[in-house]
Design a protein around this ligand. Structure first.
Ligand SMILES: Nc1ncnc2c1ncn2[C@@H]1O[C@H](COP(=O)(O)OP(=O)(O)OP(=O)(O)O)[C@@H](O)[C@H]1O
Ligand code: SF4
Ligand SMILES: [Mg+2]
Length: 397
């Protein structure tokens, strides 16, 4: 009997002048975000005039290198999704630069491109959204869903699209013959595999994953994370990984940027950030990472006060009303993001003098972890009796 799932194809060797994590920092970054801002107007009054601004993203800068996974973390509303959407130009930034190195080596500022010029960039940059149920059209089969980006990019041959879709289903651990099925025939984890396959259709170099596993059960999360890691290694992908769950982030990231009210407050290599955080907010977030013993760690409720309102943030350091280490200067002077140790950037006036709690030794998936399930694809559900066999048709433009 034919196996239900297909094994992942053999890995392609990756050429890297890399450090132990496999990230090549010797070349120009694949993505460099400089001083990115996105301010949403608040309308009010009879004439709907602009009466204020939600500073969702406020002077954010970071780089993503070839083969790197950079995670953006922070509490709900801190601006992670808005940053990601500006990077891929789903929305227009208010100001700042989004410098992307194209395959030919030229660097373009995605923030300044006109609509027509964005299409080739979207071959190179793809986004995976949070909700594997909402992001798949229930009326289209997998051939149409996964093949659609090819159609949009001008591939009119149905056979070519079928071949590519078969290849992609194989790559994400699903059987090629599933291409004629519809999304309802699949479990949540399998749908996320489909979403990932669609994102890979055009062979992107940068994948932006916004809470890509948040909606999934914990066991399925591990499988999808391992699939993402496996694909990253095989296809030499870079990820901008947006998440609020630090236990996931620590598992997969090379570097982590912590956001608070639209700003990056700490950016460092994963092990440094988790074991030796230098910003009190990072330390508080780490204290809230769930551990098996619920008595061991206080949750974020331990922090006084609420997250600042991005429409009316406090003066000085936005974190000062909640910070147990705040001093006078914190109330007036916004701390700039500074490199306080090599590759360790912190926006805190007291970064050098504070010794903050992190968490213990890291077990990272960037080193092989035989104990974690996931390289093995999830078993597919049996074919439902009502799987429709649709007539052959083209994807509508
Ligand atoms: N279109 C919009 N108009 C006005 N404000 C917006 C808009 N989109 C986002 N915001 C605001 O910008 C801020 C950042 O939102 P964003 O969705 O980027 O946060 P997030 O970090 O992704 O949060 P979550 O973890 O909940 O997904 C929030 O205060 C949000 O209310
Ligand atoms: S700048 Fe001051 S208030 Fe802000 S995190 Fe540092 S110590 Fe706390
Ligand atoms: Mg979000």
């Amino acid at each position: 009997m034919a196996p239900e799932t297909t094994p992942l194809p053999a890995a392609r060797p990756i050429a890297r002048s890399a450090d132990a994590t496999g990230v090549d920092e010797s070349r120009a970054p694949l993505l460099e975000v400089r001083n990115l801002r996105k301010h949403f107007p608040i309308k009010g009054g009879f004439l709907q005039r602009t009466v204020g601004l939600v500073k969702a993203v406020d002077d954010v800068s970071f780089k993503v290198f070839d083969g790197e996974i950079l995670s953006l973390v922070g509490e709900s509303g801190c601006g992670k999704t808005t940053t990601a959407r500006c990077v891929i130009r789903a929305i227009d930034p208010t100001s700042g630069e989004v410098l992307f190195r194209r395959a030919d080596g030229d660097v373009v500022d995605v923030a300044k491109l006109r609509d027509k010029q964005l299409r080739p960039i979207w071959r190179d940059m793809q986004m995976i959204f949070q909700d594997p149920f909402g992001s798949l059209n229930p009326r289209k089969n997998l051939l149409d869903i996964i093949g659609e980006p090819m159609f949009v990019q001008g591939v009119r041959s149905r056979q070519k699209r079928m071949d590519r879709v078969a290849e992609l289903l194989n790559l994400v651990g699903l059987r090629p013959e599933y291409m004629h099925r519809y999304p309802h025939a699949f479990s949540g984890g399998q749908r996320q595999r489909i979403v990932i396959a669609r994102a890979l259709t055009l062979e992107p170099r940068l994948v932006i994953a916004d809470e890509a596993v948040s909606a999934l059960d914990v066991s399925v999360q591990a499988q999808i994370l391992n699939l993402l890691l496996d694909l990253q290694r095989r296809l030499e992908l870079s990820y901008l990984f947006v998440a609020h769950d630090l236990s996931i982030v620590k598992h997969i990231s090379h570097r982590v940027a912590v956001m608070y009210v639209g700003k990056v407050v700490e950016l460092a290599r994963t092990d440094a950030l988790f074991t030796r955080p230098k910003h009190p907010y990072t330390s508080a977030l780490l204290a809230a990472v769930p551990v098996p013993d619920p008595d061991q760690r206080a949750a974020l409720q331990g922090l006084p006060g609420e997250v600042a309102n991005p429409a009316a943030p406090p003066p000085g350091c936005y974190f000062h009303p909640r910070c147990p280490f705040a001093v006078e200067v914190c109330k007036h002077e916004p701390p700039p993001l500074r490199e306080v140790e090599p590759d360790h950037f912190v926006a805190c006036h007291r970064a050098e003098e504070l010794t903050l709690d992190g968490i213990g030794e890291l077990e990272s998936a960037l080193r092989p972890r035989p104990d974690v399930p996931g390289a093995t694809p999830e078993a597919p559900p049996p074919a439902p009796p009502d799987v429709p066999t649709p007539p052959s048709r083209e994807v509508p433009s």
